[in-house]
Design a protein around this ligand. Structure first.
Ligand SMILES: Cc1cc2nc3c(=O)[nH]c(=O)nc-3n(C[C@H](O)[C@H](O)[C@H](O)COP(=O)(O)OP(=O)(O)OC[C@H]3O[C@@H](n4cnc5c(N)ncnc54)[C@H](O)[C@@H]3O)c2cc1C
Ligand code: SF4
Length: 574
């Protein structure tokens, strides 16, 4: 629309935001991507190694690793404690920076099992598995998914545990978004986008994926969707935090603040439409505040319902001797198995020198029972004082440790709501629909104890587990898809009920527990949502907001960014 700064403002540059940026730019919209974090890729540099020099060398580089902008830390790792009712509190790990969670994530890209598509929240709307299938295929090709080629000592031990639990048939190597090529560490031309993408370096299996890949082998969003979007004309605005979205006669006004300690520069942008893609925590925080203070009064009362932790736990095994296998070698997640039909365990690693996350770990203590877990941990440490002496030792922690990332497809959730505190609006959680989110997962504790026997180490969890606060790197939901505002926050095309021109396209739109890592699903859902948009200026094939769902044919973009014969070319299935 004439007179507006942009046709579409996308808030957040993670998986959902990057897909929106590329696909809408290809369709002729003038797109701005607001990103609270900083830029870690150098767009002026042709060399893949030079392009990613700003990423942290290890997790001890707090300014580039940790996110606490009020303290001047603008790194890639967010850590949010979601407070609330007992049993509903959770520690949320997420990403920050241009590329969002792809900077800090562990590359693992699974399609979820059937149960996800058949969840009662949305199964009556359409056959989601069939409808999303071509978009999963597109997402896989865009993110360069391939099977991790290497079995590490940790994978051999995990396979033995799977065998002991009678589940060896579920053991497999991980599908990852990494460029392996023929020889490690080799610089090559663009392997995915027919020359429209950046030059790349092949993976050296250095294990540093979760501190960002400085080599340029990990298929971060800065190597695919965002790279292509920016070259096609999208504007990326780093260190720009969206604080409010206000309806105006011609569309919306987006209030933004320069990220960082006070005082900060404020300004407003005008736009026809807004895509919320600030990640589950960021999008919910914005929407809750704007519903509570009356800025967006039409938002559904279902906002915050069906927020999921992916039923997750982060456990691990640590060997105390430096001698022995180096568990920091390999990509971040190399294999997985299912100790039962609803639980999934993945051995995970940090690279050499990235030992900071070791500060979160402690003994493994089961939940339940009368005595609090922290008291039982204290009792165990009193009986085994040598463990107490070993815990502060972070030297070579990543080489000695195999993290066990546990997730489940069970139907549990928390409900998130907004409360005013003396420091402004805060989010709080309480128990939600379904069973309570687990504060411990017995079958996972059993598997991790077996893994400790196989590896000759100590089974562990995090300090927060001792207070029944699980940790999740896969915080999803809260803006679920529903067939009306009474059942969901967004419609099946990801449009926000109650406010025409607003959309949610990120982890918060994932409407059921996945039981697998979510990024491929977020990407596929975003691809599907964007495929239904018209080219700029054309009639909209989607029924009006609030009308009954009908399947619409995907709309081909006027100016595709990737040549049609490239491996990751856009293939729309009609
Ligand atoms: C350590 C770790 C490992 C992980 N490993 C995996 C894995 O192997 N596989 C997998 O599938 N998933 C993994 N995840 C999860 C994955 O990173 C997320 O599920 C995914 O990134 C979510 O995508 P999204 O589109 O919802 O938004 P995000 O990728 O979270 O991006 C949101 C962006 O919005 C920005 N933002 C937030 N608020 C604002 C605001 N107000 N204004 C402007 N910008 C804002 C944030 O800074 C962020 O960059 C991992 C996560 C972590 C923390
Ligand atoms: S293992 Fe190393 S080189 Fe390979 S993707 Fe991860 S960080 Fe990059």
């Amino acid at each position: 629309m004439a007179g507006l700064d942009y046709d579409v403002v996308v808030i957040g540059s993670g998986f959902g935001g990057s897909v929106a940026a590329l696909r809408l730019t290809e369709k002729g919209y003038r797109v701005a991507v607001l990103e609270a974090g900083r830029r870690f890729d150098d767009p002026a540099s042709e060399s893949p190694r030079e392009r990613h020099r700003a990423l942290p060398r290890t997790s001890w580089r707090s300014r580039s690793y940790l996110w606490a902008p009020g303290l001047g830390l603008t790194g890639i790792q967010r850590i949010h404690l979601l407070r609330g009712e007992k049993g509903a509190r959770v520690l949320v790990l997420a990403g920050a920076g241009v590329g969002g969670g792809s900077l800090v994530y562990a590359n693992t890209l699974y399609e979820p099992p059937r149960a996800f598509f058949d969840d009662p929240q949305w199964r009556h709307i359409t056959d989601w598995q069939a409808e999303l299938a071509p978009h999963y295929d597109q997402a896989r090709r865009m993110l360069g998914v391939t099977v991790n080629p290497t079995m590490t000592p940790a994978d051999e031990a995990v396979r033995k545990v799977a065998r002991r639990m009678g589940r060896e048939d579920t053991f497999h190597r991980t599908p990852v978004g990494v460029y392996f090529g023929k020889r490690p560490g080799e610089e090559t031309g663009d392997p995915y986008f027919g020359g429209a993408g950046p030059r790349r370096v092949t993976c050296t299996e250095c294990g540093s994926c979760m501190t960002g890949c400085r080599a340029g082998a990990k298929n971060m969003l800065t190597e695919n969707y965002l790279y292509l979007a920016e070259r096609a004309g999208a504007r990326i605005l780093p260190m720009t935090t969206a604080t409010a979205v206000r309806p105006t006669p011609g569309g919306y006004q987006v209030d933004v603040l320069a990220t960082g300690p006070v005082p900060r520069r404020r300004r407003t942008l005008t736009t026809g439409q807004v895509v919320f893609a600030a990640g589950t925590y960021g999008t919910q925080k914005l929407l809750h505040r704007m519903k509570a203070d009356g800025t967006l009064p039409g938002l559904s009362d279902r906002l915050g319902a069906l927020t999921r932790t992916n039923s997750e736990a982060i456990l691990g095994v640590e060997r105390f001797l430096s001698r022995g296998a180096d568990h920091s070698r390999g990509v971040a997640i190399t294999s997985s198995f299912h100790p039962d039909d609803q639980t999934h365990i993945e051995p995970t690693r940090y690279g050499p020198g990235s030992n900071a996350m070791g500060m979160l770990r402690t003994l493994l203590v089961d939940g339940g029972g009368r005595a609090p877990r922290w008291a039982r941990a204290a009792g165990q440490l009193a009986r085994r004082p040598w463990d107490l002496a070993r815990l502060p030792n972070f030297r070579h922690w990543s080489r000695r440790t195999v993290i066990a990332l546990v997730m489940q497809s069970r139907d549990n959730s928390v409900t998130v709501s907004a409360h005013r505190s003396m420091f402004g609006w805060k989010m709080r959680s309480r128990r939600g629909h379904g069973e309570p989110s687990p504060t411990w997962i017995p079958v996972a504790h059993q598997a991790v104890r077996m893994l400790a026997e196989e590896l000759g180490g100590m089974a562990g969890g995090t300090w927060l587990d001792l207070f029944n606060i699980p940790t999740t790197a896969h915080f999803i939901g809260g803006c679920a898809i529903g067939d009306s505002p009474a059942t969901g926050v967004i419609d099946p095309y990801h449009r926000v009920y109650g406010h025409d021109g607003l959309h949610v396209v990120d982890g918060s739109a994932v409407s059921a527990n996945l039981g697998v890592n979510p990024s491929l699903t977020i990407t596929a859902q975003a691809e599907r949502a964007m495929a239904a948009w018209p080219n700029h200026g054309d009639p909209d094939p989607r029924p009006p907001l609030g009308a009954a769902y009908q399947q619409v044919s995907p709309v081909a973009p006027k100016s595709p960014a990737v040549p049609s014969d490239a491996p990751a070319a856009l293939r729309l299935v009609h």
